[in-house]
Design a protein around this ligand. Structure first.
Ligand SMILES: [Zn+2]
Length: 125
């Protein structure tokens, strides 16, 4: 897991952007999400200025989808030059659970617990 995002052209970045089209198709076309790093994990939030459109969507669901998408993708977009920014190693919820206070916490924790239980089962068999 990387500690910060670095653009080849612009240097250190506070966050990178992804377009919602990658996981939301036309519903999220041109909707931008900010990916930040917090406590060694990706934190995905809706980029500012899009509330008017997104208020009609189930953003709790889409933020979860965005987080999932980011976890399995290598590049985000630099907010300054729009170039590709390396996202580093894929996020692994079994090794690094989400920090508390993020909107997708409950979902991810459920997943972790489920995975842990399945592993437990495997071990017993
Ligand atoms: Zn850049």
């Amino acid at each position: 897991m990387i500690k910060n995002f670095v653009c080849d052209k612009c240097g250190d970045l506070e966050y990178v952007l992804i377009d919602g089209y990658g996981f939301g198709d036309r519903i999220l076309e041109d909707v931008s999400f900010e990916i930040r790093i917090k406590n060694d994990n990706f934190k995905v939030i809706l980029a500012p200025g899009q509330d008017d459109y997104c208020i009609q969507l189930n953003m709790k669901y889409w933020l979860k989808e965005a987080h999932d998408y980011v976890s399995h993708h290598d590049f985000g977009e630099c907010p300054k030059c729009r170039g590709d920014v390396d996202l580093g190693e894929p996020y692994d919820p079994e090794i690094t659970p989400l920090p508390t206070g993020t909107p997708i916490k409950s979902y991810t924790l459920d997943e972790i617990i489920k995975n842990a239980k399945e592993k437990e089962k495997d071990r017993k068999e």
